[in-house]
Design a protein around this ligand. Structure first.
Ligand code: ATP
Length: 236
């Protein structure tokens, strides 16, 4: 579904990504782990079109994304739940979800049915549907950001640090949702600091090290690898 080849991204003189190769097949959950500043968010932004590629190719369903602007990538089926959540703070929960579907041009009853489906996945959002998004807790905002991305009915869901800044119990809930999405066949590319949790839910994983892919293996292998455990999981 997604194929990244020899990707370089630069911020001025900083080479944030160098020669990155990555692929995601339909139905897979793939995670990218790596230390702070390794380039994980940059890779997500390059896929969603928020930063330009200096070199290399990103293909989605066989077509190049090179000249496709971000909003058209959403139209093609790539939706991102960005790091830091970025919900529309002065809109209600429900209106945030409606906005998530704005590129679909779907009839209102179809949108309403999809909102109900999101409420089934995230019951707390149903209770709070008329509340302003800016007044939600951090965990609730994260759930809303994921639900809003899903309202685009994406073929590929990009999740950038969904656990960032959340209490352990909420992190558990977020990962339970990711598991449920996986069971439904949603294709997911997940960036996470919580490598342990991410590797447990993912099929495959890439390790990014200062802008380069240093390993790409089944997630289970990485979870069992002593060197990876020491470097990224804080365990020996
Ligand atoms: P973290 O886990 O801390 O979010 P990350 O792996 O997502 O890190 P990136 O945010 O992709 O890392 O950053 C990769 C490198 O690019 C870092 O050295 C960072 O300082 C640099 N960088 C990121 N965004 C910019 C920018 N807008 N301008 C200049 N340098 C940037």
């Amino acid at each position: 579904m997604l194929n990244v080849q020899q990707l370089d991204v630069n911020y001025g003189a900083v080479n944030a990504l160098r020669g990155v190769n990555l692929s995601v097949a339909a139905g897979e959950v793939v995670t990218i782990i790596g230390a702070n500043g390794a380039g994980k968010s940059t890779l997500m932004k390059a896929i969603s079109g928020l930063v330009p590629a200096a070199r290399g190719q990103i293909e989605f369903e066989g077509g190049t994304l090179a000249s496709v602007p971000p909003h058209r990538r959403v139209g093609l089926g790539i939706a991102q739940s960005p790091e830091g959540r970025q919900v529309f703070a002065d809109q209600t929960v429900r209106d945030n979800l409606v906005l998530g579907a704005y590129l679909r041009d779907a009839p209102k009853d179809e949108i309403d049915a999809d909102i109900e489906a999101q409420f089934d996945t995230f019951p707390r959002l149903r209770e709070r549907q008329h509340q302003l998004a800016g007044t939600l807790s951090g965990g609730e905002q994260q759930m809303l950001a994921i639900a809003r991305a899903l309202m685009a009915r994406p073929k590929l869901l990009l999740l950038d640090e969904p656990s960032l800044g959340l209490a352990p119990l909420i992190v558990k809930e977020i990962f339970a949702v990711i598991r449920a999405l996986k069971a439904k066949g949603v294709t997911i590319l997940l960036v996470e600091q919580m490598a342990n949790q991410a590797l447990k839910v993912a099929d495959r994983a890439y390790v990014l090290k200062t802008g380069e892919v240093s390993a790409s293996r089944p997630a289970r292998d990485l979870l069992d690898d002593p060197a990876v455990r020491e470097a990224y999981l804080g365990k020996h």
